[in-house]
Design a protein around this ligand. Sequence first.
Ligand SMILES: *[C@@H]1O[C@H](CO)[C@@H](O)[C@H](O)[C@H]1NC(C)=O
Length: 430
Amino acid sequence: MARLANVFFCAAVTACLSILLTHATDHATQEMCAKRLAHGKRLGRRCIQYRLNDQPADEEVVVCPRKSHLIGSRVCKKACTQNSDCKGSKKKCVCDDVCGLTCLNPTFNTCERLRAPKYGSRLGKKLTVGSVMSFVCDTGYKLSGTAKRICQQDGTWSGSQPDCSPVDCGDPGHLWNGYIEGKKFTYSSVIKYMCFDGTKFDGLAMMATCEATGQWSFPLPRCMGSCTRPEILHAQLLLEEGRAAPISMDHGTSLTVQCSAGLVVSEPATPVCNNGTWSSLPICVQGGCDHRPKEISNGMALYRGTKYGDRVRYNCNAGYKLVGDTFLTCRNGRWEGTVPECKAVYCPHPGELTNGKVLLVGNIGKFEYRPYIRLPGQSEKIVYYCSTGYRLEGPSAATCINGMWSPDTRPKCVDNQHPMLPKTQELFTT
Ligand SMILES: *[C@@H]1O[C@H](CO)[C@@H](O)[C@H](O)[C@H]1NC(C)=O
């Protein structure tokens, strides 16, 4: 980690002023540096803390304290409050960063020569206090450590020696249905993207180089699986150009499904091979009916649809009887069965009424109903009358409903004079 260099600007009146100098080349800092250093000293491109024009130190005591909590790994020289505290004749009591007022040699220390990192170079030659030495790595290498080191008052360089290590693009990932040739993933390494046989390469390039930016020149491609010919009963499978489909087909192939005669595809689909799987697979089904079932008179056709297997049911109106098939089924494009007919149903002649007569109720009145007259149809009525001296026992009328008289009990005309003989006696009299 780069250590921040604390620089003090010392001026006659303002005493020590510290600013954090993180970027020695920072323009604003440079300017400030030049301005504030009227009574201080300036070295190279850096403002350095220095005893203000060799004036007595006591003026600064308060403003340049030793900041023990910030010292860290720094080794501080002897602390002082004034020049006379520093025994070595050449040393002076100066403000030394976090070390506070310290006895130092004002004729500057020099720092040791620094080597350039392997795969990199060093910029800057000066070894005097305040000099900056910077380091850059060759293309494809990245720097760790301190890129800019500053020769400090105590003769040591700030920060730590930098290192240049090759840029690593990293493992590009797993290539499904394929593999990657090449094991080195660092700068300028080349890898090959390989798809297994029977799969289709889907990508930008089959090779990639690890670039100085730490990126592969081409991303991981995709290897798309092939599809095997599907089994579709009663169908012929063709390729787009009309050729019969082979056992195995590449990713992206589309198929045409042709059903045998009388059959149709269940859905209007063209299966496409997508990475080993068909997008959809229709089946061959019996064709539907393209027309509705026939309507019939005096009845109706009830149906839901006209697809293969759908049924129609025929019903007749009241008074009509269905003759033919009640149900028809849609098969092979047509309604199978005989379209039925609704035939009117008539009531039979109810029989003669002894000692009475049967009358048919018509539009224009009642008239005697003889067996040779037309048969009555739905809802027609008959009424029963007894001759004089007889009385009707049973229903007096009946209605023709679906070919049957309702009620269907026949009345009798009994002698009005005499009570009915019991059955046993009847037997004796005959
Ligand atoms: C292709 O299929 C393989 C195997 O089924 C799967 O692992 C892979 O993720 C698929 N690739 C794509 C791009 O869908």
